[in-house]
Design a protein around this ligand. Sequence first.
Ligand SMILES: [Zn+2]
Length: 234
Amino acid sequence: MTAHDFLQLQAVDSALDAITNRLPRLAERAAHEHDKAALATLDAATAAAQARIDAAQRSIEAAEQANHDLTTKRTRLEAQLKTVIATREAEALISQIATINAQRSELDDQELAALDEQAAGEAELAALQVQAPALHEALDVTAAALAAAVAALEAEAAGLHAERDALVATMSPADLASYDHARKQFHGVGVAHLEGSHCSGCHMDLSPAELDLVKAAPAGEVSECPQCGRILIR
Ligand SMILES: [Zn+2]
């Protein structure tokens, strides 16, 4: 295992980490989520418009049923009126018929209002339904774009994994363990450069004695930063 191998492995792992970070943050994903939300909003508005129509329909049916019941009652009273002789009885029947006519008139107004409400609901529903095909089409487009972006990153990751496997195959278990340990400890970046007397990982200066130790290591061998413990590449 040479310093160069460590750097290469670190580069591969950093690239894999970057892909892992990018996957949930893809612009294509945001666009797709946006379209999904727009369609959910449309679906909710469509359901609300349909509920408005249904409620109006129930009002219309209730008014018609009540009207029908009143008509039956009025027919009965009118028949009764033809048979009564007493004026008081006739007046009472006429008054009841007048009340029924007033109730019927009120029911007719209610039914007309419900018909208007139903028409308004149907217009609203139609306007919403017009928007649906374009939204579904947009959703398909962003779904395809997202799938393509994810597939591209996954292909990139597959290539990196193959590269990593080849690199790891050349490493001793001890080197691999020290690399894995440093990477875990330093949140993914376990390899640092010596820049002058300065560690690029922790940004601390090495003392002249520490520097001598690092520089005394044979070429190609790696040292650890005495300050942070990262694998230190000269
Ligand atoms: Zn350091």
